[in-house]
Design a protein around this ligand. Sequence first.
Ligand SMILES: Nc1ncnc2c1ncn2[C@@H]1O[C@H](COP(=O)(O)OP(=O)(O)OP(=O)(O)O)[C@@H](O)[C@H]1O
Ligand SMILES: [Mg+2]
Length: 266
Amino acid sequence: MSTGNPVSRKQPKVDLDATRERLTKLGLLHASDHVNQVLAEAVKESWPPHRFLDRLLEDELTVREERRLKTSLRLSGLPTGQTLGNFDFGFQPSVERSRIETLGTCAWIREKENLLIQGPPGVGKTHLAVGLAIRAIENAFSVAFHRLEDLLAALKRDAEISPQRLRRRKHMNVALLVIDEVGFESMTRQEASLFFRLVSYRYGRGAIAITTNKGIAEWPEMLAGDEVLATAILDRLLHRSHVLNISGRSYRLRELEAAAKSTNPS
Ligand SMILES: Nc1ncnc2c1ncn2[C@@H]1O[C@H](COP(=O)(O)OP(=O)(O)OP(=O)(O)O)[C@@H](O)[C@H]1O
Ligand SMILES: [Mg+2]
């Protein structure tokens, strides 16, 4: 007897077009496009029904995850080509692989801790920060990457907006904010105080990774010579933080060094 319920089962329709339409309605677009193919394989290989269903769903999830990764990477502003996988640990012995692998688990991001990567030019500070940020995206954390100069320009544009609007800015609320090239130039007093506002807002709310060529002792000078502000910023940044000090040769200059050696072997 019919219940009048629109979902009550009638004779099952063995019509692939209808199945595809249902998958589309459910938003399973990859499955909808590939159900024919997977079904043909299932028949050919005599898969049990649940294997067919599982494979259809697994493919849908894989495609979605790939799409999510691609979109998140694009929106993050991260440069391409620098991953933990292509970092040559042999070249930079001051970087402990095990430490980077531990950071690569993203536990520090989950705990809203900070990371400071210090060292001279070309030693791989940006490369490591970017590699760790990619790892964060793979682990489903939201990420924004900014060179300090661009971030300060954005902070200045936002100097007068309401706190509510400010909080919606990506650099305020992503799980990981990467600030690259801190210390290349000194900040003005206004920039230093906007930087303080950012660090102070994110403190305990989200992780920050900073790459810098300046040692801690040089921060007051970099922050408009304001000792009080520098202490307040460092206090928040360094509380629950990880510091990587990279000392070594510039990777950018390695080819020059090698060329110089081959022309002048002594
Ligand atoms: N150990 C490494 N293995 C592979 N590539 C590296 C390594 N170190 C640096 N590189 C590459 O060398 C170039 C310079 O590295 P990177 O930009 O990370 O240096 P940096 O420490 O940030 O320098 P700067 O202070 O000038 O910004 C990049 O192309 C980076 O991918
Ligand atoms: Mg750099």
